[in-house]
Design a protein around this ligand. Structure first.
Ligand code: SF4
Length: 373
């Protein structure tokens, strides 16, 4: 029996803009177990970073978490209930902002952002920032915290950590700065680290080094991760389980092995097809056709239907939820696609029916760009 560390149920985060309401995260649910690396993967605009930041309630106006529940062990990080007049209000047991700051952020759940320069202060040395973080969060003296900081720099593979302790962030390479952020995230030995595309800005070799380091440290500290990425290669290398996001929703949820070898959703298939594979030689890459529609006005029916090569008329009408579609008794495998028997829409998928623009569907109906050449 695995212990659930993080439980997310029907989480919704919206941005209230002049153009309308952007449903960036629209009812996602997933769990993270102790010692597990869970991926959130999808293209830009899928809502994965907003989802990750919503876990720690790091959403600023005009954004707002408007529904669902986030639980970390027995603590309610976010949860709403209906008040006496039907209004939604925060549940009594939900942690206050002060408690989130004091007990959870950094100590229990740490976050690593994509751009280390946004997280490191350019006017203080790297050692100073790491030492202060450790001193405050672990209640150590200045000299004890300095010793710990140098130890953490060594642990994440910074060469000559004693000398490097006095360097400023600009004196570190991008990969080394990202290592410093990993050191900072691990400094309090949190149970969960949320990594928001931390290797996206790095070159492939440095990215490989960081992923190996994370793998090694995860084994050592048994830390759980939510790993946000658009890169299926990173998912293959790191993740135990994966949530594929499209336009604010989870469309496939499976173990990493099942996701790669028994793919159940056409969007995941398209992501995999667009990825260069070292084991295959291809003349050209196969990008996902079309562009992701705006989350302010998502297409009716299946949100992927405007780009889906398998789309049928029914896909323009039924909005599929993410439900169990596994055909074995193994691990859970969920997908939001009506072509699976679990949806029983009374439609024969072997009969192709073209989706026509006259159906009045919001969003462009995509044809293969090569067809028009
Ligand atoms: S429901 Fe239809 S449009 Fe959506 S992914 Fe499945 S086949 Fe494609």
């Amino acid at each position: 029996m695995t212990d659930t560390l993080l439980h997310i149920d029907d989480l919704k985060t919206q941005f209230f803009t002049e153009e309308g309401v952007v449903r960036a995260v629209d009812g996602i649910s997933f769990d993270v177990n102790e010692g597990e690396i869970v991926g959130l993967v999808g293209e830009s605009g899928a809502g994965k970073s907003v989802a990750a930041q919503s876990i720690l309630r790091l959403i600023d106006p005009p954004g707002e978490i408007v529904g669902g529940e986030v639980r970390f062990r027995d603590e309610v990080l976010f949860g709403l209930e209906e008040g006496p007049n039907g209004e939604l209000r925060e549940r009594d047991e939900m942690l206050s902002n002060e408690e989130m700051r004091r007990r959870i952020r950094g100590r229990e759940i740490a976050i690593i952002f994509q751009d280390p320069m946004e997280s490191l202060n350019p006017v203080f040395t790297v050692g100073n920032q790491l030492r202060e973080f450790i001193k405050i969060n672990r209640n150590l003296s200045k000299s004890e915290a300095k010793e710990e900081a140098i130890g953490m720099l060594r642990e994440v593979g910074i060469p000559e950590p004693v000398e490097r302790y006095d360097n400023y962030p600009h004196q570190f390479s991008g990969g080394m700065r990202q290592r410093v952020l990993i050191a900072m995230a691990l400094a309090c030995e949190p149970s969960l680290i949320i990594a928001d595309e931390p290797t996206t800005a790095l070159d492939v070799t440095v990215e490989g080094q960081i992923l190996s380091l994370v793998d090694e440290l995860q084994d050592k500290y048994d830390t759980s991760f939510v790993w946000v990425t658009h890169d299926m290669g990173v998912v293959a290398e790191l993740c135990d389980r994966v949530n594929v996001m499209y336009l604010g929703e989870i469309v496939e949820q499976a173990t990493a092995d099942d996701l790669f070898y028994d793919t159940k959703h056409p969007y995941t298939e398209a992501l995999l097809d667009s990825m260069p594979r070292p084991d295959q030689t291809v003349d050209e890459l196969n990008p996902i056709r079309g562009v992701m529609p705006e989350a302010i006005d998502p297409p009716r029916g299946c949100r992927f239907h405007t780009r889906c090569p398998d789309a049928r008329e029914v896909c323009t009408e039924v909005h599929p939820d993410c439900r169990e579609v596994s055909d074995s008794e193994g691990a859970s495998h969920k997908a939001a696609c009506v072509k699976h028997d679990a949806f029983d829409v009374g439609y024969e998928f072997s009969d192709p029916i073209e989706i026509r623009a006259e159906t009045g569907i919001t969003g462009d109906v995509v044809t293969d760009p090569q067809e028009g050449d």
